[in-house]
Design a protein around this ligand. Sequence first.
Ligand code: FA5
Length: 352
Amino acid sequence: MLEQKILGIKTEALERIRSVKDDAGLFEFEKKYLGRKSELTGILKGLKDLSQEDRKKIGELANAVKMEISEALEGKKRELKNAGFDFESERIDVTIPSKANGYGHPHILSIVQREIEDIFTAMGFEIADGPEIEQEFYNFDALNVAKDHPARDMQDTFWLKPEIQNPKSKIQNKSENILLRTHTSPVQVRYMEKHKPPFKIIVPGRAFRNEATDATHEHTLHQFEALVVGDGVNVGNFKYIAETFFTKFFGKKLEIRLRPSYFPFVEPGFEFDISCTVCGGRGCPSCKHTGWLEVGGAGMVNQNVFVSAGYKRNAYQGFAWGFGLERLAMMKYKIDDIRLIESGDLRFIRQF
Ligand code: FA5
């Protein structure tokens, strides 16, 4: 009787498992045939009431059937798990060579900056640094640019709102207006406040101008300032160092042109042009069709600037210049639009 019942359970269970199609079906099946309240578990629990002989016989049969049903259930679980899994498309060919890693490289501005730094450090210059968020005092006042002087408008300035200026600043008697520095020249005064001549420094860095962009103008630009101060420094020293630099940087002698110009922080002041390497001097957008590209301003340091930095008037002489890094990069690498340089366009960046 009991044997018939157990075999009946087995037949039914093995039949039923075939129609199970999902997790809910598996759950129901397990509960019905193997669960605590299942018929089979009931039989196993009742073994203790049977005669010793029956207990052995029925016990063995019931356990064997339980095992068979469990195996059928596990088989079904595997089957459902694998269904819908496309082994072919998921196959991993471990012998395929891996994709080559793309290596980065320095940006053209970094390349040019390093080249410039190498040339100047070889000539005994040190590299100095200063803040990009600057006080009006260092950007203008200390450089002899009077408050109401039109020269203050020569460089269109990004002023920072008073509420983001630092209320805890301890600087006394100096202008508290804050701006994005319009050139690297403020570092001249910052450096001289802390160092005594003689010295030779260059200051590569970022500057900002609130102006419309075109093929030779960016709102965010890079300059490198040079400042040489000592006893008896003269325009001849300046010309020699500038020519040495340009010859090394371009790997050949370029035509250089100095034009008299006005910057309040130098006297005399010059504008510095080099012959356009993009068009060879014939005229193109890079040189605004003049054959020349203005790369920087320069001159002998105005004594008022030395006084701002705490030096005695006429104690020293010095020269300074501020050259545009992008303009030099454009000339060296024949780039006809400055806006490409920081465009982030990889087709451009990968060429260098
Ligand atoms: C100055 O910034 C002065 N501080 C340079 C100087 C330093 C003169 C020391 C005397 C002594 P200027 O505004 O001309 O000068 O800019 C210098 C150079 O920076 C320019 O010749 C040009 O090469 C570059 N430059 C200026 N504005 C831009 C701009 N918007 N985009 C790209 N390059 C620029």
